[in-house]
Design a protein around this ligand. Sequence first.
Ligand SMILES: [Zn+2]
Length: 460
Amino acid sequence: MNLGMLKLFKLFIISLFIQNLFANTQSFDFDFIKKGIQDDNTLLIVGGIQGDEPGAFMAASLITTHYEIKKGSVWVVPNLNFYSIIKRSRGPFGDMNRKFAALKMNDPDYTSIQRIKKYIKSPDVKVILNLHDGSGFYREEHIDWSHSPNRWGQSSIIDQSNLDIEAYGNLEDISKEVCAYVNENLIKPKHYYSVKNTHTKMGDKEMEKTLTYYAINNGKAAFGNEASKVLPLHERTYYHLVALEKYMKIMGIEFERKFELNSLAVKNVINNDIYISFYDEKIQLPLSEIRNILKYFPIKKDGTLEFTPSNPLMTIIKKNGTYMIHYGNRKLASLKPDYLDMDHEQKTVSINIDGEQKTVTLGSIIDVEKSFEIEPLENFRVNIIGFVQKGKKDESGVKVSKNKILKRYSIDRNGKIFRVEFYKDKKFAGMILVNFDKNRKMREDISLASSKEKSVTTSL
Ligand SMILES: [Zn+2]
């Protein structure tokens, strides 16, 4: 696993004392991430307009975390309707993709709609893609209930064939080109893509209210890309990425992808390349295989929780006294708090790892083959969660092998990653994770680049 590839781009601060439900939907503001070098040939990718379409928002999110734009400019909104993603609902306040024509100012989505419209209208933006997971398979001829002209899955959507604009106005040609490219890269032949023209201008009252038609009316080339809801998440995500890459190629945007583009590799990055860090990296949790509940999780006594997720689809919500880590539509783990004061002075500790003495930064994850021993530190107490030695409160200065720690205390379901916690008097100074899984090497130099701060209210 390569942690270096991850960009952790925001710091959230949750206040324990703000409990007012819905009072602050700003906590679910969508992310807007600029990639590459700004130019006037910008591609705007929108995911998550409907929260129950995870292939769409996973693909957009992966562009932000696992792609580097080498030439040109890509803007990504991976979680347009973040609240609906967390709620796992198409639209808790109604379908957001029907709010681009008329919209009342008191609509809960009003602010988000105004914000995304501004990005759509930005003069630099030349192509807009709205990603969806659609029902069944769109087929020009009726084949059966799930393969028909009424379905949306596996299609490239246009509102009309052409648009009289400077570049990319040949919507149908581009759409055909994208379908042809996806069709060269199918997982199974029956997943083939076709162009679906909704002919919105001819009086499609529903489609007139959509994001793409709003874009068209503002002189922008816009397309929908639909993967089928029939397919598993990683396959939907794969198809979105294949299509996205083709759009980038058509626009002359160059990129570097940090994994092989095949459906299994996509599954791997979705499920395994996920982390969250707490309190200026005092704690870092790998979230792949995380247990449903982590008990006695250190949280600041004054009631604030600061965390930085590895991707924009993650957040933490406090409910009934526990902190739930959400990732897209999934609930990954709930943290049962242990409220503590924090020590900020100690940054590193010395650990003997398999016979070698090493300086380790608090918050790291270390790989251990056989055993480790924490070097005693004045005024500090070490607690290896799940390790018990009679009469000993401080567990430094003891050689610890895996079989000395109770498996059920691991943070992962496989019983291989354990918590080592450091306390100065009663203050929590940091956590180190000890990983005994040979097949899952962690890197110690996780670089966290937090570029924005955000404060979040807590409850749903
Ligand atoms: Zn949709």
